[in-house]
Ligand binder design. Sequence first.
Ligand code: DX5
Ligand code: ZN
Length: 235
Amino acid sequence: MTPRQNVRPRQPAAAQIHPSILAADFARLAEHAETAIGADALHVDVMDNHFVPNLAAGLPLVESLRKATGIPLDCHLMIENPDRWAPQYAEAGASSVTFHAEAAAAPVRLARQIRGLGARAAMALNPGTPIEPYEELLPELDMLLIMSVEPGFGGQPFLDLVLPKIRRARDMISRHGLELWLQVDGGISDTTIERCAEAGADVFVAGSAVYGTADPAEAVAGLRALAERHQSRGL
Ligand code: DX5
Ligand code: ZN
């Protein structure tokens, strides 16, 4: 595996928590980012109002956050034409760049480009997108994101129907002997994280469950403890 200049040389926790800034106060973002003490990375949702019916963040915000905070930035691009835009997020200092399988024209080339720019390459699947067609592509990735809501908005209820897909993804990762992080995003809370951990996820995005509480740092620690207690035996 090639070294990733944007990635901190650290052992990731068994269960990583990535708070989503979509639920944070955008006027006090840097300050709010720092309140989620203990988080493994900050999840930055980028939306273009085309791939999803909402608009959020963008390259200038990532560049500013990079300068203002030391926490790794996990950029989730819910945008059309990621082939054109995703590499710029790696150049801006994102530690990982996630493009959607539904939007990428040449996912292998794109993943290699992101890795070549020093970031982790990740691909996301919407709830209705099967994983099977992408099995051969997994070695090109550092992380697979399985959406547990339809992308576009924070605060939506968790979709249980994705649990079998998380299990199948974990099986594929084990079968191929890959060091691939399995991330889940949408509706993750202290009532849903256990099911995802049992199914085999090891990276958990949480927006409202972290920034919607009085103590984001405590929420991060609580979610991680719950996930680690229920993590799949297969990990
Ligand atoms: C949804 C975004 C999520 C969202 C998660 O399209 O990709 O990252 O912010 O928010 P919660 O945890 O509130 O569902
Ligand atoms: Zn997201």
